[in-house]
Structures are given as C-alpha cells and as structure tokens.
Design a binder for this molecule. Structure first.
Ligand code: NAD
Length: 471
C-alpha cells in the first residue's frame, strides 16, 4: 500500500537537494538573433546609444569583459573543443586568459595636436560605426572577444558572422560580451551575431549599407571576398610560418621551443611553426632533441601513408587535380593522427616530425596539425630562400633560432612577415610569455599588423582657427 504522505515528503526532500537551476529552460542568449536582418537592426539601434559613451564608460565595459573571460575561460575552452572537434582544452584556457589580460583597450587611442599662429588642429581616432566581422573556427571565442574589446574600445558596435562550424562557441562569446556590457550599465546588443551563420548571412552583412567597415579573420577565400567588397576592409589571412635553425642556436632549447609552439592548441594558431629548415651540421642533433620533447619521427613509408590521411585530391577552378588538406584532421591530437597509420604512440607523443625535401606537401601546405616536416639545408642563404618560398608571400609569421645578429637581419629583410620571432616558441609573437599586446586578428595583407583598437578607428581632423594658440 502506497503511503501518500511518505511519497510526498520523499519528493519534497529530493527536490530540496536538487540544483533546480540545472533544469531551468535554457535562457535566450544575448545578442544572438535568428536572422541577419534582426541582428543588423538591433546593432544599429545599439550603436546610436553607444556612440555617446565616453572612454571611461567604454573602459568599464572592457574591464567587465576581461573579468568574465577569466571566469569562464574553462567553460569556453571545453565548448570550443566540443563544438569544433579541434584543439586542446588546456591550451585554449591559456588563450582566453591571454585575450583577457593582453588585448589593448582605450589606452591605445591617441590624438595628434598641431598648434601655431593659425590656431589649433587636432587629429582624433574616431569610431567607424557598425563593423561586420567574420571569424574563424580555429580560435572562435578568442577572436570574438579580442575583436569585441578592440572594436568597442574604438567606440564601434559589431556584428559577427562566425564560422558555421563554431557557431555555438561563437554565440556563447557574443552572449558573454553582452552580459559584460549590461553589467557595466551599457546598452543591449552593441555586439550581435546570428544563431546559424551561412554564406547568405555573410553576404547580407557585407553588403548592408549600415556596416561601415569589414574585418575578415580566416583563410584566403574570405579575405579575398571582403577585400573586393568596395568597403574599408581589414584582412587577416592564412600563414605557413617557416622556422630556420642555424649552427649558432642553442639546439636543445630550439628543439623544445619549436615543439612547444608547433603543438600549442594542436597547431591551430596561424602563427604556429609549420615547417623547419635546419642547417645540415645541426639537423640530426635538433631531431634528436625534438624526439626527447615528445616528437615521433616518421620513416619514408609512414610519410606516404600519412599524406594519404591528411591530404585529399580536389579539382581546382582550372580543372586540375590538386592536393589540399583533409579538414577532418585539422587541430587533432598527434596520437590520433598516428593511429590512422597504425602507430600506437607513447603517451608523451605530441608532435609528428619527418625529414622531407622542399617540394613535399607538408612543407608547402598550411596543415594546422601537429605535423612538422624538417628540410636539411646546406647553408643559411639556401635556408632563407626556401623559407621565403614556403611562406608563399603571406607576409604572416616566421621564426628563427640563432645567435647570429646578421642572420636575424638577413632573414627579417627577406621574409617581410608581420611577425618575426627569434629564439622562442611561436606564441611569443602574440605576447604569450613575451612583451607586447595580443591579438587574434593579424592583418598581414592589409598592413594593420598586430591589430589593436586604433586599427578599428578612422582619423578625423578638428580645426579651430586663430584661437587656443596660447604661447
Ligand atoms: P576559413 O577561411 O575556412 O573561415 C573563416 C570564415 O570565413 C568563416 O566564418 C567562413 O564561414 C568564412 N568564409 C570562408 N570562405 C568564405 C567566402 N568565400 N566568402 C564568405 N565567407 C567565407 O578559416 P578557418 O578554417 O576557420 O581558419 C583557418 C584559416 O584562417 C587559416 O588559413 C589560418 O591561417 C587563418 N587565420 C588567420 C588569422 C590571422 O590573424 N591572420 C587568425 C586565425 C586564422
């Protein structure tokens, strides 16, 4: 016989011990809209309010964004890996803390003043208005948050069209920024996105007259598309960073630095080491120390097997068959990639290395996988020539391990990259364990370089004639 009183008491006891917040219906994410029309409408309304915010108010908002990014770094890192299937949770946590700590705010904006007999003239960094930003799958939330801090610091509002394969984590980041803005007393929807980004939503954003500036962080396709839009555009495109190691380098340290940089977030960062040119005299020693730092060395047969896994044949626009990356393996763990060619690697393996010639596909292709081809070279001049060719004119990032200042100068002049790191892992180039601010939008093609709030402003001149020259 069921005792109703006892059952009712039991239910009450269970409910009182449960965390009911866990079964609440999901909250609608702030700033995330079903259609691009709604998103554009909302961000334009928000901009008319935000335009009145002074630097102190903007800085209050930015400080809240930094706080929430620190607090939710782990949640975002886990969600980014779950959503995209790429990368490493621990490294993504570090990337979020880096964004929170080292993205510049309003302190980056300054004014030029000219005064004289004719009066006073000021040149100020003013907002563009509503910015349309396209973000990648490789650093999804970091790019949304870093762009938001910089663009809001410059007084702009932003509409994001994120990578469709990273839509959940990108929406999370947009919601986080909105929560921060509201906590600082700011208006709703200064940063918006769509729940389901597509090429159509991207086209609508790019062509909408209310969007005054465009920013693309991604591969060559999206950069080309934005640069032909007829609007002011910032393009942060692909890289294929070469590393040179010469005889003067601290080889043990160089090996560790290269493997640390190459494996960071499973090689997703566009600045990460992608191929090595090692001088013949030190190449074997370098490979030996790489193996001591978690690198698995492939033999020639395994190189061929791996090519068939991580590359696929595709027909290009001219109807030619070309080899391109198999996106299924981008940002994956080295051990999982090795398992595809029948290698059961030891627990500490984090990188796959191989000795190849210059023309081999791993050297020439931006894989974004913890795979590092090493080419032995006769002399430094040859190394520089090959590195320049392998970088493909991206003007993105290059690395050198050397104590020879002349070599540093020679390589820097020849390679013409936006970032040039010497004697450190690649992530030093975005301020991680090194000096300088950070960004996740490195604008090589359009020349803004390591973007910061000033990159997202327009210069306006303010002239007062025959006055305020007080000397
Ligand atoms: P991706 O180019 O595939 O996608 C980037 C974004 O562009 C996505 O939102 C995608 O949907 C969109 N897109 C792609 N082609 C488009 C087109 N023709 N028209 C309109 N939209 C288009 O990039 P990904 O795979 O997410 O990221 C990896 C690439 O981005 C790599 O090449 C990497 O080097 C580069 N990257 C560069 C930087 C930088 O700061 N320079 C930063 C991160 C990533």
């Amino acid at each position: 016989m069921i005792d109703e009183k006892k059952v009712s008491q039991l239910v009450k006891d269970v409910l009182s011990e449960m965390d009911l917040s866990a079964i609440k219906p999901p909250r609608k994410q702030l700033g995330v809209f079903d259609t691009m029309e709604e998103a554009l409408d909302a961000v334009n309304k928000a901009y008319t309010q935000f335009r009145k915010y002074n630097k102190e108010q903007r800085e209050k908002i930015i400080s809240e964004i930094r706080k929430l990014t620190h607090a939710e770094a782990e949640t975002m890192a886990k969600l980014a890996v779950e959503d995209t299937g790429m990368g490493n949770v621990y490294h993504k946590i570090l990337k979020h803390h880096l964004v929170a700590d080292k993205t510049l705010g309003t302190e980056d904006l300054d004014t030029r003043a000219m005064s004289g007999d004719g009066g006073l003239t000021l040149v100020e960094m003013a907002p563009y208005g509503v910015i349309g930003a396209i973000t990648p799958s490789t650093n999804p939330s970091c790019t949304v948050i870093c762009n938001s801090i910089c663009m809001l610091a410059g007084g702009n509002a932003v509409v994001f069209n994120p990578h469709p394969h990273a839509k959940r984590i990108s929406a999370y980041a947009v919601d986080l920024v909105n929560r921060a803005v509201l906590a600082a007393g700011g208006p709703e929807n200064v940063v918006v996105t769509v729940a389901n980004p597509t090429m159509d939503t991207s086209n609508m954003m790019v062509n909408h007259p209310s969007v005054k500036m465009l920013v693309a962080t991604g591969g060559p396709g999206v950069v080309k598309m934005l640069l032909s839009s007829g609007k002011k555009a910032i393009g942060a495109g692909a890289g294929n960073p070469p590393v040179i190691v010469d005889e003067t380098a601290d080889i043990k340290k160089a090996a560790k630095d290269i493997i640390d940089g190459c494996t960071f977030d499973n090689n997703l960062p566009c600045i990460a080491e992608k191929e090595v040119f090692a001088l013949k005299g030190i190449a074997d020693e370098l490979i030996h120390h790489m193996q001591k730092n978690g690198a698995y060395l492939l033999n020639d047969r395994q190189i061929k097997q791996l090519e068939d896994v991580v590359l696929v044949w595709k027909e290009n626009k001219k109807g030619e068959k070309v080899r391109v990356i198999n996106k299924d393996w981008v940002g994956r763990d080295a051990k999982k990639i090795l398992a595809q060619i029948g290698v059961k690697a030891d627990e500490d393996i984090r990188c796959i290395i191989c000795e190849t010639d210059f023309s081999q596909a791993f050297v020439q292709t931006e894989l974004m996988m913890p795979i590092l081809p090493i080419v032995k070279v006769d002399n430094f001049d040859d190394a520089v020539e090959m590195a320049v060719k392998a970088e493909h004119g991206n003007r993105h990032t290059a690395h050198l391990h050397s104590k020879n200042v002349d070599h540093m100068t020679q390589y820097a002049k020849a390679i013409e990259t936006t970032i040039f790191v010497k004697n450190a892992p690649s992530y030093a180039g975005i301020g991680f364990n090194a000096e300088g601010w950070t960004t996740f939008t490195i604008a090589g093609p359009t020349g803004e370089g390591i973007t910061s709030p000033r990159s997202f402003t327009r210069l306006r001149r303010c002239v007062l004639s025959d006055a305020l020259y007080i000397i």
